[in-house]
Design a protein around this ligand. Structure first.
Ligand code: ATP
Ligand code: MG
Length: 367
C-alpha cells in the first residue's frame, strides 16, 4: 500500500486555529467516507511560534513543511506581536516558508457564489457565475529586485530605489503553471504586463508568446496592459478565465478581483513551487484573509475560505478534483440554504457560528 499523503497543519494566530478546526473535521470525514487518509501533523507558525520558540518559524517546522506533500495554513499576526522588529514579526515566518519552499506561483481564484451575488460591489448580472483565476508571480519582480534602497543625495534630497527585474526562466515557469491551469479550465489565458513602457514587461510578453507557440497552442492567449486589465475587471470581469501577471500587478489585481466577490471570508489561495521529476510540487494553501484579531476566539469567523483552500489542495496537490468538487458544492448548497456567518450576513438569513457552519458543511457532504 502506498504511504498516506502528508499534510502539515499550521493554524497560526487569531482566527487561524478556529477555522482550521473545521477543515480538520472535513479531513476526518474524507477519511471515513471517501477512504482518503492523510497523515496530518500540526506545527506552530507566526505569533504562536514566537510565543513558544522565540522565532516565527522554527527550523523543525520548516523541515516538516519540506517533507510534507503540502502545507495548510490558517493566518499569522496580531497586535500582540506588532512592535517586535521587521525580521521577528509573525509575517516573517510566512515569508520564510514561502521562500524556503520556492513558491513562485500564487493562485487566487475569485468566485462569486450564486447565493452571494448581491454581496459584490458590481451589479448582479455582471458577476453572476464569475469564476476567474489570477496567477501572480510571487518571488521576483520589483519587490525583490536589486539594487534597492534609500540613498542620501545631499542637499536634503534622498532617493528611494527599487528594481523591476525578470529573467526568462522566472517568466516561463509561472506562465507554464498558468497555461496548464487554463488548459484544465476555460482554455483562455490573459497575460498582463506593461510591455509598452517596461523592459521587463516586454520580455514577459516575448517569453509568454514563445511558450504559447511551443507548448500551448490549444489555449487562447491574449496580452493585456495592466491598467486596461484593472479597468476590464470592473467593466466585464467574465471575459477572463485565467490571468497571469507579475508580482506587483498581481498583488493589486488580485485584491481588485477579490472585491468583485464582496466577501473576504470566502476566498482561498494556493502557492505552488516547481514540479519535481514525478510531477509533485511543493505547495502551501491558505485563506486570503488575515488573522482577524478583532473577532478571534469568538467562534464567529467564516471558515469557508480555509475550507476552499483545502479543496484547492485536493485538486492541485492530490489530484482529487472530484473530492474538491464535493466540498465546493457543499459550500454552495449551505449558502443556498441561507446559512450565513456574520461577515456574509444578509436580511432574512440565519446567522451561524464558525462551528455551526462546519456542522452544516459536513451535513451537506453526508447527503
Ligand atoms: P492581514 O493579516 O493580511 O494584514 P488584514 O489585517 O488586512 O489582514 P484581516 O485580518 O483579514 O485583514 O481582517 C480584515 C477584516 O475582515 C476584519 O474586520 C476581520 O474581522 C474581517 N475578516 C477577515 N477574515 C474573516 C473571516 N474569515 N470571517 C469573518 N470576518 C473576517
Ligand atoms: Mg492584519
Amino acid at each position: 500500500m502506498p504511504a498516506n499523503k502528508k499534510i502539515l497543519f499550521l493554524p497560526g494566530d487569531g482566527i487561524g486555529p478556529e477555522v482550521m478546526r473545521q477543515v480538520r473535521r472535513v479531513i476526518d470525514w474524507m477519511d471515513r467516507k471517501r477512504g482518503l487518509t492523510f497523515d496530518v501533523s500540526e506545527g506552530l507558525v507566526g505569533g504562536a511560534a514566537i510565543d513558544a520558540h522565540g522565532v516565527p518559524l522554527a527550523d523543525e517546522t520548516l523541515a516538516e513543511a519540506k517533507a510534507a506533500d503540502c502545507v495548510l495554513l490558517g493566518a499569522v499576526g496580531g497586535p500582540k506581536w506588532d512592535n517586535i522588529g521587521f525580521d521577528k514579526r509573525p509575517e516573517a515566518g510566512l515569508l520564510a516558508l514561502r521562500k524556503e519552499l520556492g513558491l513562485f506561483a500564487n493562485l487566487r481564484p475569485a468566485i462569486v457564489f450564486d447565493a452571494l451575488v448581491d454581496a459584490s460591489t458590481l451589479k448582479a448580472d455582471v458577476v453572476r457565475g464569475l469564476n476567474i483565476m489570477i496567477v501572480r508571480e510571487l518571488t521576483g519582480g520589483v519587490y525583490f529586485g536589486e539594487p534597492r534602497g534609500i540613498t542620501d543625495l545631499g542637499n536634503g534630497e534622498r532617493r528611494g530605489l527599487n528594481t523591476q527585474s525578470y529573467t526568462t526562466s522566472e517568466i516561463r515557469r509561472v506562465a507554464t503553471v498558468a497555461f496548464e491551469l487554463a488548459r484544465q479550465r476555460g482554455r483562455k489565458l490573459h497575460s498582463v504586463e506593461k510591455a509598452n513602457v517596461m523592459e521587463s514587461g516586454l520580455l514577459w510578453r516575448e517569453e509568454v508568446t514563445k511558450l504559447h507557440k511551443e507548448s500551448f497552442t490549444d489555449v487562447e492567449l491574449q496580452h493585456m496592459y495592466a491598467d486596461n486589465c484593472a479597468m476590464q475587471l470592473l467593466k466585464n470581469p467574465k471575459q477572463f478565465d485565467v490571468i497571469v501577471t507579475d508580482n506587483l500587478f498581481g498583488d493589486i489585481l488580485s485584491d481588485e478581483a477579490a472585491m468583485l466577490t464582496g466577501s473576504l471570508g470566502m476566498l482561498p489561495s494556493a502557492s505552488l513551487g516547481a514540479a519535481d521529476a514525478a510531477g509533485n510540487r511543493k505547495a502551501l494553501y491558505e485563506p486570503v484573509h488575515g488573522s482577524a484579531p478583532d473577532i478571534a476566539g469568538k467562534d464567529i469567523a467564516n471558515p469557508i475560505a480555509t475550507m476552499l483552500s483545502f479543496a484547492m489542495a485536493l485538486r492541485y496537490s492530490f489530484d482529487r478534483g472530484q473530492d474538491a468538487d464535493m466540498i465546493e458544492k457543499a459550500v454552495q448548497n449551505v449558502l443556498g440554504g441561507g446559512m450565513r456567518t456574520a461577515d456574509i450576513m444578509a436580511p432574512g438569513m440565519a446567522r451561524c457560528s464558525t462551528t455551526v457552519m462546519g456542522d452544516s458543511i459536513l451535513r451537506e457532504l453526508d447527503k
